[in-house]
Ligand binder design. Structure first.
Ligand code: ZN
Length: 69
């Protein structure tokens, strides 16, 4: 149910940097590459939507195995 998902990420530019933000108030690190900011956003979404009660231990945070809904 994406409709009531409070996490809506987008990227915004600040000077020559780009950073990911989320509607929940989360802000990612400033990145030089937008792709990096997007990766941060993906990571945030994965962590936010991921298994409840389980903190992600994967530092690399590949979202490849996230189930498609
Ligand atoms: Zn969020």
């Amino acid at each position: 149910m994406p409709e009531d998902d409070p996490h809506r990420t987008f990227t915004t530019e600040r000077g020559s940097f780009c950073l990911a933000r989320c509607a929940c108030g989360w802000t990612g690190m400033a990145r030089r590459a937008r792709s990096q900011a997007r990766t941060d956003a993906e990571r945030h979404l994965t962590a936010a939507r991921g298994a409840p009660g389980t903190t992600s231990g994967t530092a690399d945070g590949t979202a490849a195995d996230r189930p498609v809904e």
